[in-house]
Design a protein around this ligand. Structure first.
Ligand code: G3I
Ligand code: 9MR
Length: 554
């Protein structure tokens, strides 16, 4: 029954045959478990539960069921005491193919400025919204060449999240992470057909999708000085309506900021090296991106401390960040890889740059990812040993937290912030960098646990990806999912996840079911603090699902 199965938490999608396979059991009484064939109920594997251990973020005592030795493809459930049964899950090759495709397709389904046609979007087809071909320069963004109220064209791009604005800081890390997935696992994406308008044009679809946003980002740079506007936005958030019904006009480009300009520089430099191979499809694009990246870098040198804060009349997402060392380092690293200029290497200040789990406000880890990826081809100025030490040092720490954790996840109390589900996936992405560097099996296992967590092995029992798993989030704070006439939410989105802040309480008619860091989650459309979706949260889902399919293949 539903109640009994809630006590056995498992990745509700399933596993690659060769992967580590763990479930977590909240029932303290049983000491053994069985894995049974989902259809016949026949036992195919039996094991002992691990010792009871407590997990601080949920204040639960749990035991681990390890059935990694079961490698036979099939559909299964876990059973304890001959009674409580888990949800169904599969063991099969390419276990995350459909998940990965949907996670990328969600970007198409969140595109601004284009009608989603039924042949690509199915029931989620909708008219175009936010053409953004006439946006105004906000008072905060005036320059010699562009007076207040000047009109710019800045179409395309993805809506940031459940809201309809477009923010450069968040676009940077999101787009880069998709590009990194492609750069690291090109074979995985080579034949993927996402059924988007550009499919079949000679570019892999993940790059087609990334281009939709890169084309927009390029319009956000002021060609007169290289600076980049922080965001393109309404004055306040739209209502819970479809994009074409959002009537707030005008839209504005708001203040250039150092963070946005550097995130833009890093992303364009990375994109430039990837699109070099596609000169035929987009002539001149790679060179244009590198020129844009260098111009942005120059602006940031001249304007090194312009921290963004919302002007008083602008009430939308801020993405304000006063710590800019990591943004400088990331941009310098990508420019160094792209140009081979040692001056950029020195600007990284690598000795002082820690490797941390990436987030929109903390992009130093992205510099280390790119440096490690390209370490064989760097100039002698680069310290290869340092690059390896940084990547491995973070992976060692994350793996230690994972091993010590009752739930076998690297997350600790402090990681349950707004968008916690992306924290665990970005941790997994960094563990995968460690694994790609030195092949330590436990890094791969710990990364697998990160994906398991968002797909059901967590303290809420939900799968946090819309459309995937037996009990997925159904009511994300996502305007199209709420306003369309379709019962199921737009699929392939990672929701933000539990965190105890509950900043949306005043806007929620329903109470949160629990208050602890790992259980403070509300599957209600009101809950922008635990149940919104966002492009930066989906990006590590794309990366990790592809990597685990590719790296675990028998
Ligand atoms: O920086 C402080 C830190 O010093 C302090 O110790 C800590 C304690 O709570 O808070 C830190 O600030 C947090 C900030 O993110 C920076 O990480 C805030 O608490 C937290 O509320 C804030 O959350 C952000 C949220 O917007 C509200 O501003 C999320 O990271 C960010 O992902 C989210 O992004 C929104 C956009 O603004 C609008 N579009 C939707 C998107 C997703 O919800
Ligand atoms: O919908 C908004 C969401 O995208 C943001 O992440 C969130 C926090 O900035 O704010 C949401 O908008 C809410 C606003 O802040 C307060 N009134 C209710 C709005 C939700 O409908």
């Amino acid at each position: 029954g539903a109640d009994a199965s809630a006590a056995i938490r498992v990745n509700q999608l399933g596993f690659e045959p060769q992967s580590e396979k763990l479930a977590v059991v909240t029932d303290g009484a049983a000491s053994s478990f069985d894995v049974v064939a989902a259809d016949t109920g026949k036992t195919v594997f039996s094991g002992k539960l691990g010792a009871p251990a407590s997990w601080k973020p949920s204040a639960e005592t749990v035991r681990v069921a390890d059935f990694s030795a079961l490698k036979t493809p099939g559909e299964y459930r876990i059973k304890i005491d001959g009674q409580a049964q888990s949800d169904r899950f599969v063991i099969r090759a390419d276990a995350y193919r459909a998940l990965n495709a949907a996670a990328i397709k969600s970007y198409y389904l969140n595109r601004s400025g284009i009608a989603l046609l039924p042949q690509y979007a199915g029931v989620y087809a909708r008219p175009a919204g936010h053409p953004d071909d006439k946006v105004l320069v906000h008072a905060s963004a005036v320059s010699k060449q562009r007076a207040e109220g000047s009109v710019l064209s800045s179409p395309k791009g993805w809506y940031d999240a459940g809201d309809y604005n477009k923010y450069i800081v968040n676009s940077g890390i999101s787009t880069y992470t998709l590009l990194a997935a492609f750069e690291h696992f090109p074979q995985y994406f080579a034949k993927q057909n996402l059924s988007i308008p550009e499919s079949g044009n000679g570019l892999p679809d993940i790059l087609n999708e990334a281009l939709w946003n890169l084309d927009w980002m390029l319009t956000m740079q002021d060609p007169n000085d290289g600076g980049v506007y922080h965001k393109l936005t309404n004055k306040s958030f739209d209502g819970m309506v479809m994009p074409d019904q959002a009537q707030q006009a005008p839209r504005y480009v708001v203040q250039k900021s150092t963070a946005a300009t550097l995130d833009f520089a890093a992303t364009m430099a990375a994109a430039s090296r990837i699109f070099k191979a596609y000169e035929q499809q987009r002539p001149g694009l790679s060179a244009r991106m590198m020129a844009a990246a260098e111009a942005a870098w120059q602006w940031a040198q001249a304007n090194p401390a312009v921290v963004f804060r919302n002007p008083s009349d602008i009430k939308t997402g801020e993405y304000g960040d006063a710590h800019l060392d990591d943004e400088f380092a990331w941009a310098a690293a990508e420019l160094y890889i792209g140009t081979g200029k040692d001056s950029y290497y020195r600007a990284i200040k690598a000795e002082q740059l820690p490797a941390t789990t990436p987030a929109w406000s903390d992009v130093g880890g992205l510099a280390w990812i790119s440096l490690a990826q390209h370490r064989a081809h760097l100039t002698p100025a680069a310290d290869r040993k340092l690059i390896e030490r940084r990547i491995d040092g973070l992976a060692v720490n994350l793996a230690a937290s994972w091993r010590d954790s009752a739930y076998r996840v690297a997350m600790q109390d402090k990681d349950f912030v707004w968008g916690s589900n992306a924290v665990v996936l970005n941790q997994a992405m960094m563990l995968l960098q460690g694994y790609r560097l030195n092949g330590k099996a436990e890094y791969l296992q710990a990364a697998q646990s990160g994906l398991d967590y968002v797909l059901g092995r967590n303290a809420t029992g939900y799968s946090f990806v819309t459309g995937f798993g037996a009990r997925p989030a159904m009511h994300p704070h996502h305007r199209p999912s709420e306003a369309d006439k379709v019962a199921a939410p737009v699929p392939g989105f990672l929701v933000g996840g539990p965190q105890a802040g509950q900043q949306d309480k005043k806007d929620c008619p329903a109470p949160y079911p629990a208050n602890l860091p790992a259980t403070s989650y509300l599957d209600h459309v009101c809950s922008y603090a635990s149940n919104e979706i966002a492009i930066n949260w989906n990006a590590p889902l794309v990366y990790v699902s592809a990597a685990l399919d590719q790296l675990t293949a028998g």
